[in-house]
Design a protein around this ligand. Structure first.
Ligand code: V47
Ligand code: SF4
Length: 361
């Protein structure tokens, strides 16, 4: 596409008009990355100025045993398979304690769909973490896990979410969204809940006052049209609930899974996807570059392509690294701050709900 095809889109952006799905498709197919980036950067700057958020967090994956075995997932194992693990409650608590001691404000807790571990086990773990570390925000459980707990325990998703909330859950991460367009979703994760069900559970969570994120898994077999449809569905739900905080495109890590293509996403596609999201998802405050999957270099450059959040310190990452990610699995706070500053931006440490964290240091 030449620069001319962007002219009507530029006019809409400048007039504050909403972009159509056709516009998003045009942006994703554009070969004028810098022009798209400039538009996205202006939209981002209008919302956030030069501020870029990061947080001090720790990921905990209680188990990799999963009944779904999505085709793109190199993290999961079947029960009894070599490499399968399930942490004890105490092991989770040790990790939470380490996080608290390191100054984390958030735990990000997600895992596989264990065939028997009941919701009650998770509720007890959350309650124990809350009792020991009341200052830690507990972000956990994708809509996929919530549905699994509901099925295992014979209750509905709202009851599961209410129980988790009562035990200390503060918000939901954005995982499990993959590709919401049903045909492609069935190809890459046939056992997973439908896209419609993922959206339904998010809507219930938002109505209960739980904020969440939304991800997009891109760079595998999906079409650009699937990406647009995915974002359209998210934008439509966000219009109704306002419960999404950040949109997070996850670059497919192409090794060691059933879907392994061996081909990583390109930097060009990563940046175009992030910039398009910023422009099309006009009702999302935050576009996050998850450096673990993008690599630190593209994540840093993306700060000039519409991104205003670099996620966090992470500490222990398994999902991307099992699938061949070459980034490190932890980043020190100073390193995150350095990346942001070097890009000419102003680092702001945030908590999970995007309030600035002030540390005496
Ligand atoms: O749901 C699995 C994805 C997700 C692969 O909400 C893969 O703040 C790439 O959702 N290549 C988990 N992606 C990670 C996630 C997340 C990460 C950081 C922040 C937040 C947030 C959420 O990882 C899964 C799945 O979509 N995934 N396998 C793979 N091979
Ligand atoms: Fe299980 Fe999640 Fe991996 Fe799918 S992506 S196999 S649901 S752990």
């Amino acid at each position: 596409m030449n620069g001319g095809a962007l002219t009507p889109i530029r006019r809409k952006v400048e007039a504050g008009e909403r972009l159509s799905p056709g516009d998003a498709a045009t942006l994703l197919a554009s070969r004028d990355l810098l022009a798209v980036g400039e538009l996205a950067s202006a939209a981002n700057r209008a919302r956030h100025g030069d501020r870029v958020f990061y947080n001090v967090n720790r990921h905990i994956n209680p188990t990799n045993i999963c009944v779904n075995r999505c085709r793109f997932c190199a993290f999961s194992r079947s029960d009894g398979e070599e490499g399968a693990y399930a942490l004890s409650a105490e092991e989770v608590l040790v990790r939470a304690g380490e996080a608290a001691a390191a100054g984390a404000t958030e735990l990000h807790i997600v895992g596989g769909l264990h065939p028997t571990l009941p919701l009650e086990w998770y509720l007890e773990v959350l309650e124990a973490i809350r009792a020991r570390h009341p200052g830690l925000h507990l972000k956990g459980f994708t809509a996929v896990e919530v549905d699994h707990f509901a099925t295992l325990g014979g209750r509905d998703a709202a009851a599961v979410l209410e129980a988790l909330q009562a035990a200390g859950l503060g918000s939901l991460p954005g995982g499990g969204a993959e590709i919401l367009a049903e045909d492609t979703r069935r190809q890459i994760c046939p056992e997973k809940i439908s896209g419609r069900r993922w959206l339904e559970i998010m809507e219930i969570a938002h109505r209960l006052g739980l904020k969440s994120n939304a991800t997009l898994l891109y760079g595998h077999v999906e079409s650009l049209g699937d990406r647009v449809e995915h974002m359209r569905l998210l934008r439509e739900l966000q219009d109704r609930t306002g419960g999404f905080q950040a949109f997070i495109p996850l670059a497919f890590q192409p090794h060691h899974s059933d879907l392994a293509t061996g081909a990583s996403t390109t930097g060009y596609d990563d940046l175009l996807t992030l910039a398009t999201a910023r422009l099309f998802l006009d009702n999302f405050d935050h576009v996050k570059a998850y450096w673990v999957m993008l690599g630190e270099k593209i994540a840093q450059v993306s700060l000039h392509f519409g991104v205003n959040d670099l996620d966090g310190t992470v500490v222990e990452e398994k999902i991307a690294h099992e699938a061949g990610a070459t980034s490190s699995s932890a980043m020190a706070r100073d390193a995150l701050v350095g990346l942001i500053r070097e890009a000419g931006k102003v680092p702001v440490e945030r908590d999970t709900l995007y309030r600035a964290v002030n540390r005496e240091s």
